[in-house]
Design a protein around this ligand. Structure first.
Ligand code: FCX
Length: 435
């Protein structure tokens, strides 16, 4: 049976040729124009990157290698007796551009389990941080401590030929993905369970083992984590975390450096940190209103107050999407099936009924609909993962799957250093301001 890495290496040559031929034939084709407002507006709507693993449609939402979330829930292999896809499968799909069968997913799972050993200094480095250090900071520090293991760093020092960059990148990506759950679980148990750590169970799937190390052995929670780890993997290339990982990787920084950089972006409140902010916002509203299920009117007043205070309503809006995020819908479906009467689910649902209309009234919010972060915290809360400062770490573990599959392709396709141009307002005015 072929090794997973050999299988991947066979894909490279034909894809390299496909890309090379395409650039040769169409490299001069103009695909868009840039407006001055886009330079000042966070480059919205500019197609400026190649990311093979997924594509985001404003109306339809994310597709991974062409497949929507519901399609993947149907087509990807499941854990025996389970209904949700195994994240190993979506990683395989993104890297190999083909749907895996049950056996292949088991091989990915076993491969990661074999790589999961963490050098002891990583735990020591994390333990040296004060307990009040935010979990995302601890996560980034842990990833950087793991960098002692980088194969790319070693290979580069030994003078590797550029045609082989993908190989140590593949090793680093696979090792990092295999090790992140343990690092994340270590931080969680350190912070919230007095350092009472739980050893991995290599017989479990990647996210089942992650749930186990966090301290959750309920099979329904394992299913939730499989769904969670599947839907947060990737969101095409321009979002802050994915773009950062690609950008930093383009300097031939290794997977550890690139991924750590991206995680600092994910930790921003307008990006991945929004998942903790949603719960903080809902709890603050509930406290202010004296507990219980707030009425629609009470929620509307609270939303208006948030806006009047010059703050964003976390979990709503998106830079690309213009409809309810299918990642939100997948989580809502899970809640409807497993916990329809959960108190927090009732609040999240009511918030969904109230917020879009108010955001629309502002006349400036381009997408009033909920994104992935509006729902994830409620599901975790239901099963007892109540420490919401930790939520973005879960997002980060999942995001490794898409962004590191992309990073391997970046090196396999020989993508160059990313270095766009910039200009100044003065120069722009000189050039275009007189017309
Ligand atoms: N609440 C209040 N105001 C909002 C808003 C929200 N949820 N969403 C957008 N706006 C405001 C913007 O702040 C901006 O105001 P300004 O003109 O005064 O600066 C205006 O509406 C136009 O912004 P818009 O073009 O619609 O949105 P952007 O592409 O600039 O920003 C994000 C997109 C996601 C950053 C924005 O909608 C937001 O801040 N949402 C809340 C935070 C959040 O949920 N982030 C998670 C996003 C995502 F799913 C993820 O990465 O995890």
């Amino acid at each position: 049976m072929q090794r997973l890495k050999e299988l991947f290496s066979e894909k490279i040559e034909s894809t390299q040729k496909e890309v090379k031929d395409f650039i040769a034939a169409h490299g001069d084709t103009v695909i868009g124009e840039i407006k001055i407002s886009q330079l000042y507006g966070g480059m919205r709507g500019m197609q400026a990157l190649i990311t093979e693993t997924s594509k985001l449609d404003p109306a339809e939402g994310i597709r991974f290698r062409g497949y929507s979330i519901p399609e993947l829930q149907e087509k990807l292999p499941k854990y025996p007796g389970g209904e949700q896809p195994l994240p190993e499968g979506i990683f395989y799909l993104m890297l190999y551009n083909e749907l895996p069968d049950d056996d292949t997913v088991r091989r990915v799972s076993n491969n990661w389990a074999r790589r999961a050993q963490i050098p002891p200094h990583v735990f020591k480095v994390i333990d040296a941080l004060p307990m009040h250090t935010h979990p995302m900071t601890q996560f980034v520090v842990g990833i950087m401590a793991l960098r002692t293991e980088s194969e790319f760093k070693k290979a580069y020092r030994n003078g590797i030929n550029k045609s082989e960059y993908w190989e140590p990148t593949y090793e680093d990506a696979m090792n990092l993905i295999a090790r992140l759950p343990r690092v994340a679980a270590y931080i969680y148990r350190r912070m919230y369970h007095n350092g009472d750590h739980i050893e991995p169970d290599p017989s479990l799937d990647w996210s089942g083992n992650f749930a186990h190390m966090l301290g959750f052995d309920n099979e329904e929670f394992h299913e939730l984590l499989r769904l969670y780890m599947t839907i947060h993997v990737d969101h095409e290339g321009g979002n802050v975390s994915a773009h950062t990982i690609h950008l930093v990787g383009s300097a031939l920084s290794d997977a550890y450096q690139s991924f750590a950089a991206g995680m600092n972006g994910l930790a921003g409140p307008l990006h991945g940190l929004a998942n903790q902010e949603v719960i903080r916002w809902i709890f603050a509203m509930r406290d202010e209103l004296g507990g219980g299920l707030p009425s629609k009117e009470q929620i509307a007043n609270y939303v208006r107050q948030t806006l009047n205070d010059g703050k964003v309503v976390p979990g709503f809006g998106h830079a690309v999407l213009r409809k309810t995020d299918p990642r939100y819908t997948a989580q809502r479906d899970f809640a409807q099936k497993h916990m329809p009467h959960d108190d927090l689910f009732q609040i999240v649902s009511r918030v969904y009924e109230v917020v879009p209309e108010i955001l629309q009234e502002t006349g400036k919010v381009k997408n009033p609909w909920p994104n992935v972060d509006a729902h994830s915290g409620q599901l975790l809360m239901h099963y007892g993962l109540t420490q919401y400062d930790f939520y973005t770490v879960l997002f980060g573990v999942s995001r490794s799957l898409g962004t590191l599959a992309s990073l391997i392709w970046d090196r396999a396709l020989g993508f160059p250093l990313e270095r766009p141009g910039s200009t100044t307002t003065e120069l722009l005015k000189e050039q275009y301001g007189k017309k």
